[in-house]
Design a protein around this ligand. Structure first.
Ligand code: ADP
Length: 588
């Protein structure tokens, strides 16, 4: 439905300068000439009121006006934001509110091109798509009807890539895709090297789907079979270690492909009777069944720190009571988003209605640690990560149970893992996901997802060759508190991004204000694993490595990810590509 009229006295949101630019460019509704006809206040009210209006269809629904005000306050205090499509499309004709989709790719011309078309429609609506290409027959396999030979997954992926290139989302951003291929597919070697040339498959992230059988073969230095999916025949055997080493080498060279652990993902599949999970959304945090969609939302943890000094590793300064209330409100918000959303395909509408998955996650984690004076690369920070996420998941599930009593459980509940273990009933088959929050974190002015900061300060070029130095606010405050602040120092930090080697600064500051590049790479993974332990879906995290990192580092990280129960892992070695989106020190 349409948004409610703007009520009197609704406070104006306070925007940071970057948020202003991002909202204007991408989120505010625009007329045919590209001129915005809504203000940020109208945007957030549109979202709040449309999502709150869903209450009307439930007997025990809340008062939509009051709830809309609560949602408005929740978002404009930068405490929580729903994923970008919800901000862009709530209350619009399009009305597609989910960020994550997975589509099946069947082994037939019709199946492949159906998927291309469906992906285009999803991209147009602002969503990202994931595919498994594992069911396609390998290249050079016979095609019965024509007597020709098949092109194979990598070749077909190029068609998806080109189609994506041509579909602009609301004239602003291109779509994003994930391609997964099982490690036992005969074309796996070609897939692993598919992005070695720059700009090849640029609208795809690639991940190889590893199995536990494969990991055991690596461990025991054995061969494993490549099986053609269309006839189940073994085509060839390969030494598992050689394939694993190739994976490591390619990730070292270019960051692609990542890996996902399919068995691990499917152990957490809450509805196995509806099918097996073969793929995730583009950034890897949301495993989904074919034709499933999921909407995400992120809490800004930086807003849940009480003033004072911690006596017990930070937990005493987390505002647990407010976090509890907020989580309950967010779960209600995200469950309403499912009902408010219109999906581009009937099949998707049906699947979403069966499982009602939502993904509540966090951003601003590094900001929280800075305020608590806990170094990201410390045992205490990892322990706090577990506590925080355990709490969020428990409260999210309790909120989902509450909604189930008001509105009924998700329809696939009876045959789900929860149903069988008598754990429910829940309103949602999953409740938690940690997203990258690439744009959301800019709008909220916080650190992204559960990532450490890339640089404590950097220089941004603005109009007329002016430069603006932008520092992390908690870092700047800490410098002022200790009397170490100076313009000169800020310029210096903006150059390198880090204070690790600045001996003249207090030891504690240098220890607390660490950046992604300062720490031993394994800390990235320890943190990812800590959040994953209490996340239903998956955790978006890039293990950022310095340029000098070796292939052995990456091999260790992959093993550790497997051992610690992560669902996948992505590494990125600084400077391994000529164009880099994020970099320390001076950035555009
Ligand atoms: P945001 O901050 O814009 O809400 P995230 O960076 O948290 O988005 O990404 C969350 C998910 O949104 C991704 O995993 C992907 O499914 C989808 N997504 C992100 N960017 C795009 C894009 N350019 N096109 C389509 N989907 C996208």
């Amino acid at each position: 439905g349409p948004a409610l009229p703007l009520p009197d006295g609704l406070p104006e949101p306070e925007l940071n300068p970057n948020a202003e630019v991002v909202l204007e460019r991408r989120y505010l509704r625009k007329d045919g000439h590209g001129t915005p006809y809504e203000s940020p206040r109208e945007l957030f009210w549109r979202v709040a009121s449309v999502v709150a209006a869903q209450e009307q269809q439930y007997e025990q629904g809340r008062n939509p006006d009051e709830l809309a005000r609560q949602f408005y306050e929740l978002m404009t205090s930068w405490t929580f934001l729903p994923n970008s499509p919800t901000l862009m499309n709530a209350g619009t004709e399009l009305g597609q509110l989910a960020a994550c989709f997975v589509l099946p790719v069947e082994d037939s011309m019709e199946g492949i091109f159906d998927a291309v078309k469906n992906a285009a429609m999803i991209h147009k609506s602002g969503g990202g798509t994931g595919f498994a290409f594992s069911r396609l027959r390998p290249s050079n396999a016979c095609v019965g009807s024509t007597g020709g030979v098949a092109s194979g997954p990598v070749s077909f992926m190029k068609i998806f890539n080109t189609a994506t290139e041509q579909v602009k989302q609301g004239g602003t951003r291109r779509g994003a895709n994930m391609a997964i291929l099982r490690v036992d597919h005969p074309d796996v070697l070609q897939f692993i090297s598919a992005k070695e040339r720059e700009n090849e498959l640029n609208n795809f992230n690639l991940s190889v789907g590893l199995t536990e059988r494969f990991m055991r073969a690596v461990e025991q230095d054995e061969e494993y079979a490549l099986i053609a999916p269309h006839n189940g025949k073994t085509v060839q055997t390969l030494k598992a270690r050689e394939v694993f080493n190739l994976l490591v080498r390619k990730a070292w060279e270019s960051g692609d492909p990542g890996i996902v652990f399919l068995d691990r993902i499917n152990r957490d599949n809450p509805t196995p009777e509806l099918g097996e999970i073969e793929s995730t959304n583009p950034c890897g945090e949301q495993p989904l069944l074919p034709f499933e969609a999921c909407n995400l939302g992120s809490l800004n943890l930086g807003r849940f720190v009480l003033p004072g000094e911690t006596a017990n590793g930070g937990a005493d300064l987390v505002d647990w009571e407010r976090l509890r209330e907020t989580v309950h409100l967010c779960v209600r918000f995200l469950d309403n988003v499912i009902d408010a959303s219109r999906y581009p395909l009937q099949r998707i509408t049906e699947m979403v209605a069966k499982t009602r998955k939502i993904g509540l996650g966090v951003m601003g984690w590094a900001d929280m640690l800075y305020q608590l004076r806990l170094p990201y690369d410390s045992r205490r920070a990892v322990e706090l990560a577990e506590k925080v996420m355990e709490f969020i998941r428990a409260e999210a599930r309790s909120a989902s149970k509450q909604l189930a009593t008001e509105r009924g459980p998700f329809p696939a509940y009876d045959n789900s893992l929860f149903g069988k273990q008598n754990l429910g009933p829940y309103r949602n088959a999953t409740t938690t996901t940690v997203a990258p929050t690439g744009t959301l974190s800019i709008i909220a002015g916080c650190s992204s997802g559960v990532e450490p900061l890339f640089a404590l300060s950097f220089t941004r070029n603005v109009m007329d060759n002016d430069t603006l130095t932008e520092a992390n606010p908690y870092f700047e405050q800490a410098l002022r508190d200790t009397g170490a602040y100076s313009e000169q120092l800020m310029r210096e930090v903006a150059r390198t991004g880090t204070i690790r080697d600045m001996d003249h600064l207090p030891e504690e500051l240098r220890r607390v204000f660490v950046t992604a590049m300062d720490m031993e790479p394994l800390w990235h993974l320890n943190m990812q694993a800590a959040f994953q332990k209490y996340t239903d879906n998956a955790v978006s995290k890039t293990v950022n490595l310095p340029n000098e990192a070796t292939q052995d580092h990456i091999r260790d990280i992959y093993w550790k990810a497997y051992e610690l129960g992560c669902k996948g892992v992505t590494v990125y070695r600084s400077g391994c590509k000529s164009v880099q989106v994020l970099c320390t020190g001076e950035k555009q």
